[in-house]
Write a protein that binds this ligand. Sequence first.
Ligand SMILES: [Zn+2]
Length: 379
Amino acid sequence: MKIVRGYKTELDLNNVQRTACLKHAGAARYAYNWGLSRYQEEYVAGRKTPNAISLHKELNALKSTEFPWMYEVSKCAPQEALRNLQKAFENFFRKCKLKKLGKHRGKCGYPKFKTKRKGIGSFRLTGTIHVYENAIQLPRIGKIRLKEAGYLPCDGKVLSATVSEKAGRWYVSVQIEEEMLDPIPATGKVIGVDLGVKTLATTSEAETFENPKALRKNLKKLARLGRRHSRKVKGSKNRKKAARKLARMHARIANIRQNAIHQATTALAKTKPRVIVLEDLNVKGMMASRKLARAVGDVGMSEFKRQLTYKAIEHGSTVNTVSRWFPSSKTCSCCGWVDEDQKLEDRVFVCLDCGYVADRDYNGAKNLAQTEQDLSRLA
Ligand SMILES: [Zn+2]
């Protein structure tokens, strides 16, 4: 079975390469914005709206007269940016359709113009890309050193490479097509995993994965840096400096969280459970617990689910999702009694029927695991 995997790692750019990357990202952003305004012109005029291919043709025709500077960068950068634009419109129309059917809440996400102020951005390259032990060869930019040696797989077909910048650091994300042997079906236990705000995850085997301590500490620092930033005079140098510090802290927190999720999901997948039962995420319910939920919960939980799903499948496990309406944390995992008066802050589950007492998340995880056992009994 062929699978496509993404690998993201940090680049070690020299000054020439950094300039080249900035130019490529600039060209990609420019092409995206140009494409978006062309799209809007055609739409307003009542004509057929252009797609990525027709936009790229038009852009190429204008290149020599209007944008001669674009010859300095790989032709992939603007081309892939226009593809991204088309994808953005497709996503927008898909969500509009879902919204009409009542299956989507919130915004549909009409494509926005990209701005330099929100970050340098990224660009994608295709074509001849070579991966070495400690470097990557990209078209037009050349061989770039990697900060971590031996992470990118040298065998396998490289489909594309996306270079991006975040808080002063540069990364490359490589899409690699790999041959994967069909996994042997796992024969372990059925486990339920309760994802939470306070603890990252609790399993029905009473295993818990805590949020890293550094996260909480840095969230406090983040709030402080945010306040400092907002107090600086708009447009001043000090405000820019404060913004850079704030962005670095945001990136650091994101890295700590991502690392914790990777470690937990890998550990879980490696135990090779037969079935993993997760709860369909109830983001709205999470939002009810305000601040901490917003900072730690919402991003982390869907990412946890995404990682656990792909890792579990590679280890031969099945991942099942239980409807968000199933009261997993309110139900007694011993006798089935439902605590209708439970509050979000109740950390301990107490059954008033059979006297069972357990950690709330653990009780929830056990209920999730039991849904699967009920199903297999019926089958
Ligand atoms: Zn009970």
